[in-house]
Design a protein around this ligand. Structure first.
Ligand code: FES
Length: 238
């Protein structure tokens, strides 16, 4: 595989042709916020938190879905990027009902942690307060779309790792939500293997285990899962 040379934060680095910018940035030990991206799953480019500046281009690009290119000059931190990232987190917080005090993932939520890291201490937008139907029909898990950020990790892990393709996304705008089957009660799905991977990859409390305490959910969130990513076994850790 050929090698390309690019500049990340004023440092000349090399990367594999075809590699995503995000993975090249991570290879340099640089931490940038992400929510939808997860190693072992295809990239989705939905949350836009991983945006970086490409010098010479007016547009910000989502680094997880942008391949490296010869001669690229990238900045991963700037006032403009921080402002955009904060705005994205605020929009996510205002779009659904992220009431941490009553959420089982309080303390183990990736959205909460990204918000804290970015210094989001208030939301400038009106809360939309949706009232989407919860699905507690599953034997083990509950789906609460009111806490979902539509990162589609659960949909992708169900399809690409478990091979069940039980979950999907339906609707638009504020009504958009993850569904089981063709919008049937999750508990009646015959394709669901009850593996729980969807719950473990959820970055918020949108999918949670029935009866689990906050501590158990945190432990589960930190659970090690072995997956086959096509070439080698990898460990996922949250
Ligand atoms: Fe790149 Fe979400 S991590 S768009």
């Amino acid at each position: 595989m050929s090698v390309v040379t690019l500049t990340i934060n004023d440092k000349l680095v090399s990367a594999q042709a075809g590699q995503s910018l995000l993975s090249a940035i991570k290879d340099q030990g640089i931490d940038i916020p992400t929510l939808c991206c997860l190693e072992g799953l295809t990239d989705w480019g939905g949350c836009r938190l991983c945006m970086v500046e490409v010098v010479g281009s007016p547009r910000l690009v989502a680094s997880c879905v942008t391949p490296v290119a010869e001669g690229m000059v990238i900045q991963t931190e700037s006032q403009r990027l921080t402002a955009y990232r904060k705005m994205i987190v605020e929009l996510l917080l205002s779009e659904r009902n992220h009431i941490c005090a009553s959420c089982v993932m309080n303390g183990g939520c990736e959205l909460q942690s990204v918000a804290a890291k970015l210094g989001v201490d208030h939301v400038r937008y009106d809360y939309l307060c949706p009232d989407l139907p919860m699905d507690a029909s599953h034997e083990r898990n509950v789906m609460d779309p009111n806490r979902c950020i539509l990162c589609t990790r659960c949909v992708r892990v169900c399809d690409q790792v478990e091979g069940a393709h039980t979950l999907d996304v339906m609707g638009r705008g504020i009504q958009q939500r993850v569904i089981a089957g063709l919008n049937q009660a999750w508990g009646t799905s015959r394709s669901c293997t009850k593996c729980g991977k969807c719950v473990q990859v959820c970055p918020t409390g949108a999918l949670f285990k029935k009866g689990a305490t906050a501590a158990e959910m945190e432990k589960q969130h930190d659970f090690l899962i072995w997956i086959l990513d096509g070439r080698e076994k990898k460990i996922w850790r949250w």
